[in-house]
Design a binder for this molecule. Structure first.
Ligand code: 8YV
Length: 328
């Protein structure tokens, strides 16, 4: 790195070891209060910083990018998904974008499995029953759920996280199916005994569980809409740990109320932190506050990746996690 330290603006509070390392390596402005940046603050940041470190809560729109000063070099996102960044606009301005893939794969897959277990096994209902003093002792027909063994799981998006879900689900004796733009190849299909469905509409009616593990792109906006929900089995469960925008939440709420599908587990929402009001209070839904990568290990490793991406960039090397628009 040259003698002059890069000026880095971080939009949210990051784990303490990450912030300490950033203080040592960069000229860094941290966000002690952790209050999300406004549009105006984001614009001011890209007019000053060499590097912006945003998170999923920042809307780094074309307007923000186009307002950036020529000093801006790099947007080093803290997170794997980059749907909140207008990557095309960033590239048009000649800035580099990096993300933090890989280090949150297992934790996100774990949360997916937690939801996949929690809904059919009625964990939340059980907790609420205890808390309400309704547990009067075991009996043979009370609170029966549905088992995972032998059920068909349809994974939408067989990337890193989708494969990590397949690995776990296989250990639960589920039958793995998946939909992707392209086949994941014989190696991955062999490893997880997975069946590829090129046609999502053909896969959905056959599945007992559907897990969303694809990125949010213009092509996956409301991929699960009213029409597709109607194709699912009335006994099927839907899990989303990807991005809220992939589901039409109003249509999902209607399907859950009507019993078109049996239940849903959601870790992400279209307008976070707002949850569609019709999803609140439903018995057959578990809602989590975007916990997918929420472990000390993952969040620290994400911060380390951000640091490595910044360092390699300023050492005149290619950062390891460059985002390439064509493959998004
Ligand atoms: C992150 C995520 O916590 O990395 C992602 O894409 O969805 C989350 O788990 C978040 O994006 C941080 O910016």
């Amino acid at each position: 790195m040259s003698d002059k330290k890069p000026f880095v603006i971080v939009t949210r509070k990051l784990p303490e070891p990450v912030e300490a390392r950033m203080r040592a390596l960069f000229d860094v402005r941290l966000n002690e209060s952790d209050t999300p940046f406004t549009r105006e603050q984001l614009i001011a940041a890209v007019q000053e910083a060499d590097v912006l470190v945003p998170t999923v809560t920042d809307k780094v729109t074309a307007e923000v990018i186009n307002a950036a000063g020529p000093q801006l070099k790099l947007i080093a996102n803290f997170g794997a998904g980059v749907n909140h960044i207008d990557v095309d606009a960033t590239f048009a301005r000649g800035f580099t974008v990096t993300n933090t893939p890989g280090v949150l794969t297992d934790d996100t897959a774990d949360i997916t499995m937690a939801l996949m277990l929690a809904i059919p096994r009625r964990l939340l209902e059980g907790v609420r029953a205890i808390e309400a003093g309704e547990f009067k002792g075991w009996h043979p027909t009370w609170m029966m759920g549905t088992s995972l063994r032998g059920k068909k799981l349809g994974i939408i998006g067989m990337g890193r996280i989708g494969q990590a879900v397949a690995k776990r689900a296989k250990a639960f004796a589920m039958n793995i199916h998946y939909h992707n733009r392209r086949s994941a190849g014989a190696g991955i299909e062999g490893e997880y005994s997975a069946t590829y469905w090129e046609d999502l509409d053909a896969m959905l009616p056959e599945m007992d569980f559907v897990s969303l593990n694809c990125p949010y792109t213009p092509g996956t906006f409301h991929l699960i809409n009213a029409e597709r929900l109607a194709k699912m089995k009335p006994t099927a469960y839907l899990v989303n740990t990807a991005r809220g925008e992939v589901i039409d939440e109003a249509a999902l709420a209607e399907a859950l109320i009507a019993g078109t599908i049996a239940g849903a587990g959601l870790d992400v929402f279209e307008n976070e932190p707002v949850v569609h009001p019709k999803l609140l209070g439903l018995k057959n839904v578990i809602l989590l506050p975007h916990l997918g990568s929420g472990t000390i290990e993952a969040r620290t490793a994400m911060g380390e990746k951000v640091i490595i991406n910044i360092q390699t960039y300023f050492n005149a090397h290619r950062p390891p996690d460059r985002v390439i628009p064509a493959i998004m």
